[in-house]
Design a protein around this ligand. Structure first.
Ligand SMILES: [Zn+2]
Length: 234
């Protein structure tokens, strides 16, 4: 025998030549954190004695973690990074707070204070009553944005404004699939507590919170139950 067992194993093989086609940051499920990734496609070749002899097709694209080198399908990019997730969460609470204020509670100091507390706790440390009211006034001045809300001419068919509903969906829907049910409910309950700070829900507040529940993928009956639970603190 001319070859040792060890060398024999190396006679035939498949080698993949990887080509990097992009990069960015993602959440690596293997090493568990925000990491750089390389998006790569590969070309497989059958090798004999290390020499490529036959094309065996393309592989990928795959996402390769720069830290641990683990490879994933491109669906790994659907999961937001920790930084992005935190920003989405902060924006969600901010948008819900604004929406509830815009639904009519902004004139009450208790409501404004509760809203500021929620928005600050979500991560906007510099949120103040003034900033929130400035935003609400700007929204209210933009007639196309908040028709009927916050002292404007009420349109009974559209009490909280179609544009505001779109805003809520845009802020909440991308986040919802990445949150556990308790996390989604917590956002709704924060909105509910802001609305309740000056007494029972107004019809407009209830409507806004129902939209919030829907955008957070909470079932309508669960949204209704949570809004009732929030009303009666144990
Ligand atoms: Zn990794």
């Amino acid at each position: 025998m001319l070859q040792t067992r060890g060398r024999k194993r190396c006679v035939w093989g498949v080698r993949t030549a990887w080509n990097t086609v992009g990069d960015g940051e993602f959440f690596c499920p293997d090493c568990g954190g925000d990491r750089n990734y390389r998006r790569r496609t590969g070309r497989r070749r059958l090798t004999v004695l290390g020499i490529p002899v036959l094309a065996r097709g393309d592989v990928g694209p795959v996402v390769e973690c720069a830290a641990c080198q683990a490879r994933f399908g491109t669906e790994a990019l659907d999961h937001p990074t920790t930084v992005r997730f935190a920003a989405m969460l902060r924006d969600a609470v901010h948008t819900v707070a604004l929406a509830v204020l815009a639904a009519g509670g902004a004139s009450s100091r208790t409501v404004r204070v509760t809203a500021v507390r929620a928005v600050r706790a979500a991560g906007f440390d510099d949120c103040t009553e003034d900033r929130l009211t400035t935003l609400i006034d700007a929204l209210a001045a933009d007639a196309g944005r908040l028709p009927g809300a916050y002292g404007g001419a009420a349109d009974p068919a559209d009490p909280c404004g179609a544009a505001l509903a779109i805003e809520l969906h845009e802020a909440l829907e991308p986040l919802a699939p990445h949150l556990a049910p308790a996390g989604r409910e917590a956002i709704l309950l924060q909105g509910a507590r802001i609305a309740l700070a000056d007494g029972p829900y107004s019809p407009a507040e209830r409507e806004v919170l129902t939209i919030v529940g829907g955008a957070l993928l909470i079932r309508p009956e669960d949204t209704a139950r949570l809004l009732t639970t929030a009303r009666t603190p144990s």
